[in-house]
Design a protein. Structure first.
Ligand SMILES: N[C@@H](CCO)C(=O)O
Length: 400
């Protein structure tokens, strides 16, 4: 074996994706899964860095006599819940369920009743499609009898660990920066690498946890209208098509410098450099120019009003700003709340000064104050329950 391949194999920590048929006796009847939304890129970390936010979707799936999907909450009026009699559907939860059952060897997928309670805004850059994919995969795997394992624990015949789940989710989503925080929680740094161990699988993903600076909070402007998109994936695809296929070296260097600074700033809790570390030249300029007339003015207004950093959330259209959070000091907390208010007011003013083009395209919007979360996707109910009581893909595991 050539030396380089041996070195690569030794360095590889990812599990191979090996389908294992689960005995029918282990199948479950019902499962309820919670998955957080997420914000991706954080400016320069395009397709690499994402942060879970404390906004949750709940997906409930049970075996039934026919397929059905219902949705309440965010996107209920616009997400198509059509599903064919064999379970074929464009709905991301159903597509992920299909993949999970196939992976676990329960084919064809059995009839399922699915209900989604959505709090994560759809088509907005809050990782709603990743939440659907991760939730559908976990639900399908658990129903088919898989046991959940924490990252790095000993293998069991029917177990699936979060890293395996990450591979499956990335295969559907195509980029890992939302699915990794949706699974693990926290801020995740992900990379895709060529697989050398399993010739059937071309690429794998690995993800590492980055610390969330103490008390960090986010001010988000979420435009209300993204109705022309069928779902979050369609929107992301359209927004990716706006990007230049090649980039000048100086812009690549610009982003390398800032992504490295961002990782260092998160480790040190060094909020004051974030105004540099959240700048980007790979996607925000093109998206701002071609699709998001509100982006530049709102990002600048937020920084001028005291935000530590500002960026386009994922593929947009949400504008995200980083503010200081609670420090435990009551007087400091007051000034932090004032900072969030001042940032929101400044963004609102910038929005008001924009021409009709923004309103026609994206409508009016809402401001949210959001906290990051260290907690990732987890199972809140399973029937029958897990044998060892372990019911989470936990955020602690994402800290590796
Ligand atoms: N990194 C992706 C968003 C992930 O959903 C993009 O900016 O297109």
């Amino acid at each position: 074996m050539p030396h380089s391949q041996a070195a690569l194999e030794a360095a590889s920590v990812e599990p191979a994706l090996k389908k294992q048929k689960v005995p029918a006796s282990l199948r479950r009847n019902k499962v309820v899964v919670r998955v957080p939304g997420s914000t991706a890129n954080l400016g320069p970390g395009f397709d690499a860095i994402g942060m879970a936010v404390d906004i949750w979707n709940e997906i409930s799936v049970e075996r039934s006599t026919a397929f059905s999907i219902t949705t309440s909450g965010e996107g209920a009026d616009r997400i198509s819940t059509e599903v064919a009699s064999d379970g074929a559907s464009k709905h991301m939860v159903m597509r992920a369920l299909q993949r999970a059952f196939e992976y676990a060897g329960e084919v064809p997928m059995p009839p399922l009743r699915v209900h989604c309670r959505n709090m994560v805004p759809v088509c907005s850059g809050f990782g709603s499609s990743s939440a659907a994919i991760v939730g559908g995969l976990i639900a399908g795997l658990v129903l088919s009898g898989k046991e959940l394992r924490v990252r790095g624990s000993n293998s069991s015949a029917n177990g699936i660990d979060p890293e395996e789940l990450l591979q499956l989710a990335n295969q559907i989503e195509g980029h890992p920066d939302n699915v990794a925080p949706a699974i693990y929680g926290g801020i995740q740094l992900s990379l895709v690498f060529d697989k050398v161990l399993d010739p059937d699988v071309q690429q794998e993903v690995m993800s590492r946890h980055l610390p969330i600076p103490s008390g960090l909070r986010l001010v988000a402007y979420v435009p209300s209208e993204a109705a022309r998109f069928g779902n979050g994936s369609d929107k992301t695809e359209e927004m990716r098509n706006l990007l230049d296929p090649t980039i000048p070296r100086k812009d690549a260097v610009f982003n390398i410098q800032r992504t490295a600074l961002l990782v260092d700033a998160l480790h040190r809790g060094d909020l004051k450099v974030l105004r540099h570390a959240t700048k980007d030249r790979l996607h925000q300029p093109m998206r701002g120019e071609k699709a998001y007339p509100h982006l530049n003015d709102m990002m600048r207004a937020a920084l001028d009003a005291g935000a530590h950093g500002s960026f386009l959330s994922g593929a947009g259209p949400t504008v995200m700003c980083i503010c200081s959070g609670a420090s435990g000091d009551i007087f400091a907390q007051k000034s932090e709340e004032r900072q969030e208010r001042e940032v929101t007011d400044a963004m609102r003013k910038a929005l008001g000064a924009l021409d009709e083009k923004h309103v026609q395209t994206w409508g009016h919007g809402d401001f949210y104050i959001v906290s990051p979360t260290e907690k990732g996707a987890h199972v809140t109910f399973a029937d029958p329950a897990f044998s060892d009581g372990l019911a989470t893909f936990g955020s602690l595991d994402g800290r590796l």
